[in-house]
Design a protein around this ligand. Structure first.
Ligand SMILES: [Zn+2]
Ligand SMILES: [Zn+2]
Length: 541
C-alpha cells in the first residue's frame, strides 16, 4: 500500500518538457509510481484535479541559516511558499566555522541571519551541519561555506592582505568544509571582511572548491558604479580557478544613474560562457532590495566591524565627514554601493533592530525618523544622518534596511526570463523583513509566469526545480521521477501569488494547497502538519 497518492493533477516534472496529467504514488519518502489511474489504496489521498503538481521549489539563495534554531512564524516562511530545499551560507555571511574570538563577526551577521542559538559551538563546518540536522525544520537545507567566516577567523574584520601562511590556513578551512559536505563557497565582496579580499585570495580559495567540484556563489564587489569591474572580477576568478560560478542576485542598482542594464549584464555572462567559463546567475522578483543598515556607510567607516563603526560614528569630526559624503552622490570609493545616493532617504526603510527598545524604528523610513519641522533641506538631511547614526550606536549596528526603488522592472523581466537565471529569494529572516522572505516563489509564478507570460509554466517550474537541482548537483531532487525524493508542491495555477506589502511583509502566499517534504505532508490547505520533515543535504561527490 502507498503512503500517499496524488491523483488527477497536471504534473510538471521539472525538466521543462510538456506537462501531462498523471497520478503519483509515494512510499518511504520516495516517488515510487507515476502513472494514470493509479490505485487510491493509500494512507492519504490528495485530489489534485485542476491543480499543478510540481517538484518542491529550491531556494538557491537563502539567509535562513539560523531559522531552524528559532521560533515563530518565520520558521514557516519558506515552506508556505512551496520551498522544500534551501541553500544557505550566502553572500559570504556564514555562521560556521565559529570560534569565541569571532564575536564581532557574529554581531555583524545578526541583522541578516538573526541571533540563532545562545551558544555557537561550531568550531568546524560539520559541527554546524550536525546541529542543523538535529534542529527541527520543515524543509531541507544544503549549505555553502561563507568566505566571510573563513577570513574573519584568520584575519578578523580589518583591511589587511593575507600572507602566504594566512592563505594556507584559509585554504585548509575551506578544504575541510568541502570534505564535510559544503556544496561550495560564497563570497560577499561588498561586506566585511570580504571587501578587503584581493582577487588572488578568491582564486586560491576557489581552486580548493573546484578540486571538490563545488560551486562559487558571489555577491560581487559593486552592483552600481563599478558593476562591470565586479562582474569581470567574478568571471576572472572562475576562469583562473576553474570553479563553477553562480553570480548571486545579478543585477545593477538604479541603472540610469549608477549602473548598467540587465541586458548588458547578460551579455557579459554570455561572453564569459563563450570564453569557457561555466557561469549562471540568480535573481529575485522585487524592485526593492534589503541589507545591513551599516551598508549605507562609506568603506572607511565600516572597517573593523561594530565597535570600530560606533567609535567613528561618535567622533564629531568623522560625523561631519559622513554628512558631507552622504549628502548626494558621494565620493566614488572602490566598490561602494552608495544606497542613499541611489534611492534617497525617503526610500530607505528600517527593517530590523536587534534591541527591544529600538524596535519602534522598524518600518520607519529614514526621513520619518526626523520629528522636528521647520529646518532647511540641508539641516533636514543632517538630522536624518544623526538619527541613523544614533540608531546604529544604540543597536550595536545590528540593524537592517529595505531600499525601495532600487531596481528597474525592465531589468527584472530581462534577467528573469533568461535561461541561465534561477530564482533565489535572498530572504532575510529578521525584524519586519523584505516580503521576498515570504513570497518570492508564488510571486514569480503568479506575476511573471502567469500574468506577464514571460515563459511557459513548464519553463517556470524548471527554473525553480530541475535547473537548480542540476546546477547544485543535488541527488534525487528537483524532478518528478521514480526513485526521487517525494518533495512536491500542489498548487492552483490561476490563484498562486504573494502579497508585496512592506508594512505587512509576513503575510503568507495564496494558492498553494499541499507541500510534501521527504514523503511527508508538511502543509495541507494552509495548515502545518509537520515541522520536522526537513533534512540536511550534504554535497554528493
Ligand atoms: Zn548578497
Ligand atoms: Zn544574500
Amino acid at each position: 500500500m502507498l503512503d500517499i497518492a496524488i491523483i488527477g493533477g497536471l504534473v510538471l516534472d521539472g525538466t521543462g518538457d510538456t506537462s501531462c496529467q498523471n497520478d503519483i504514488g509515494i512510499k518511504d519518502g520516495k516517488i515510487v509510481e507515476i502513472a494514470k489511474g493509479l490505485s487510491t489504496d493509500a494512507n492519504s489521498v490528495i485530489d489534485a484535479t485542476h491543480k499543478i503538481v510540481a517538484p518542491g521549489f529550491i531556494d538557491v539563495h537563502s539567509h535562513s541559516d539560523l531559522v531552524p534554531f528559532t521560533s515563530g512564524p518565520i520558521r514557516e516562511s519558506k515552506i508556505r511558499q512551496g520551498v522544500t530545499t534551501e541553500l544557505i551560507g550566502q553572500c559570504g555571511l556564514g555562521s560556521a566555522p565559529y570560534t569565541e574570538t569571532m564575536l564581532d563577526w557574529r554581531n555583524y551577521l545578526t541583522p541578516i541571519l538573526g541571533n540563532g542559538p545562545q551558544t555557537w559551538n561550531w568550531p568546524n563546518f560539520s559541527s554546524f551541519l550536525s546541529d542543523l540536522e538535529k534542529a527541527k525544520k520543515p524543509n531541507n537545507y544544503a549549505a555553502l561555506i561563507g568566505h566571510g567566516a573563513v577570513r574573519a577567523q584568520v584575519l578578523g574584520l580589518k583591511d589587511v592582505l593575507p600572507s602566504e601562511k594566512d592563505l594556507t590556513r584559509m585554504s585548509m578551512i575551506v578544504d575541510e568544509a568541502m570534505s564535510q559536505g559544503s556544496l561550495g563557497i560564497s563570497y560577499g565582496l561588498a561586506y566585511l571582511p570580504g571587501m578587503f579580499a584581493p582577487k588572488q585570495e578568491l582564486v586560491t580559495l576557489s581552486s580548493v572548491v573546484a578540486a571538490h567540484n563545488g560551486i562559487m556563489m558571489i555577491h560581487i564587489r559593486s552592483h552600481s558604479r563599478q558593476v562591470r569591474e565586479g562582474m569581470a572580477e567574478a568571471i576572472a576568478v572562475a576562469k583562473d580557478s576553474g570553479v563553477k560560478l553562480q553570480i548571486s542576485h545579478m543585477r545593477s542598482y538604479a541603472n540610469q544613474k549608477y549602473g548598467i542594464t540587465g541586458q548588458e549584464l547578460i551579455e557579459m555572462v554570455e561572453q564569459a560562457r563563450l570564453d569557457g567559463v561555466d557561469v549562471t546567475f540568480d535573481e529575485h522578483p522585487y524592485r526593492a532590495g534589503s541589507t545591513l543598515l551599516s551598508q549605507i556607510l562609506p568603506p572607511w567607516a565600516k572597517e573593523g566591524g561594530g565597535p570600530e563603526i560606533i567609535r567613528r560614528l561618535k567622533d564629531p569630526q568623522l560625523r561631519t565627514r559622513l554628512k558631507e559624503e552622504l549628502k548626494d552622490n558621494g565620493p566614488d570609493y572602490l566598490g561602494w554601493d552608495n544606497f542613499v545616493g541611489m534611492v534617497g532617504w525617503s526610500n530607505i526603510m528600517i527593517s530590523s533592530m536587534f534591541n527591544q527598545q529600538n524596535k519602534w524604528a522598524e518600518g520607519q523610513t529614514a526621513a520619518q525618523l526626523v520629528k522636528k519641522t521647520g529646518q532647511n533641506p540641508i539641516e533636514f538631511v543632517h538630522e536624518i544622518i544623526d538619527q541613523i547614526a544614533e540608531l546604529l550606536i544604540r543597536d550595536d549596528c545590528r540593524c537592517s534596511m529595505v531600499m525601495h526603488n532600487l531596481f528597474a522592472e525592465d531589468d527584472i523581466v530581462a534577467l528573469i526570463k533568461h535561461p541561465l537565471c534561477q530564482i533565489g529569494s535572498d530572504g532575510i529572516p529578521t525584524g519586519k523583513p523584505h516580503p521576498r522572505l515570504y513570497g518570492t516563489y508564488p510571486k514569480f509564478l503568479g506575476e511573471y509566469v502567469r500574468d506577464k507570460k514571460l515563459m511557459t509554466w513548464e519553463q517556470g517550474i524548471k527554473k525553480i526545480t530541475g535547473d537548480p537541482a542540476r546546477r547544485l548537483n543535488l541527488a534525487n531532487k528537483g524532478f518528478v521521477k521514480t526513485d526521487y525524493c517525494a518533495d512536491l508542491v500542489v498548487f492552483e495555477p490561476e490563484k498562486i501569488n504573494a502579497p508585496e506589502d512592506y508594512n505587512k511583509p509576513s503575510e503568507f502566499p495564496i494558492g498553494l494547497n499541499y507541500t510534501l517534504v521527504n514523503g511527508q505532508i508538511v502543509v495541507a490547505n494552509g495548515e502545518i502538519l509537520s515541522s520536522e520533515a526537513g533534512k540536511v543535504i550534504l554535497a554528493k561527490r
